[in-house]
Design a protein around this ligand. Sequence first.
Ligand code: ADP
Length: 255
Amino acid sequence: AERTLRQMQKMDAIGQLAGGIAHDFNNMLAVVLSGLQLVQKRLARGDTNVGAFVEGAMDGAKRASALTQRLLAFARQQPLEPERLDLGHELADLQELLTRTLGSRYQIEIRTEPVWPTLADRSQFENAVLNLAVNARDAMPEGGRIQLRARNAPAGSAPAEGGGAAERDYVLVEVEDRGAGMDEATLARAFEPFFTTKPEGKGTGLGLSQIFGYVRQSGGFVRARSEPGVGTVVSMYFPRDEAVASPPSAAPDRA
Ligand code: ADP
């Protein structure tokens, strides 16, 4: 049943993606087609000066190919392999990768506190943090400081799904930038698959929706706060792994 549910959730997400993909893919094919038509016309009248049109068509084809690659990667999404993780350590371990990936114009500040253990998939966690850091960078084209932190969010301190306060303990991992920020309309759509405000070829619009899916599958949830011209904070809440704290004699409360 577990597997079926996961499969259904995946199909649902893919269904949502299909509309967006079809639209983008069609645009790219139109670029390829019009390029080839121009080539055909010129060649028909003996004009072999077609380099630029061929180039344009190839460009469109490359973009279409990159798009389908990403769709395939999304569709065959590995099932999560949760393990007991200290997300503070995991975050701190990413310092070098982030510094290298983002370049010297960005200061990566990672602050961690001792945090509760969580059950989460390590490589998906790294992916999520990297994605958020890249978004932070894109919001600060001139460079700047990106702050990442991990801390405990005890029951009552985390926001609950339907308003109010959460009833269980979470570990909170946040990525904050002082970049362009988002207006309300953008923020409202930011987690939609394929929603992007980035130029064609740069944004896929899949980053935040994948993070949303991953954290949710891990039993947690994601929040984003943003203000135009001020910056953005994305907060990932991972449930505390309670199994660790329970005394050995206690009856296990889950399978
Ligand atoms: P992508 O980065 O490929 O566009 P995402 O799903 O990661 O896809 O983000 C969707 C959109 O949300 C972005 O195009 C951008 O408009 C907005 N966004 C995400 N993160 C930030 C951020 N840190 N600052 C400002 N806008 C952001």
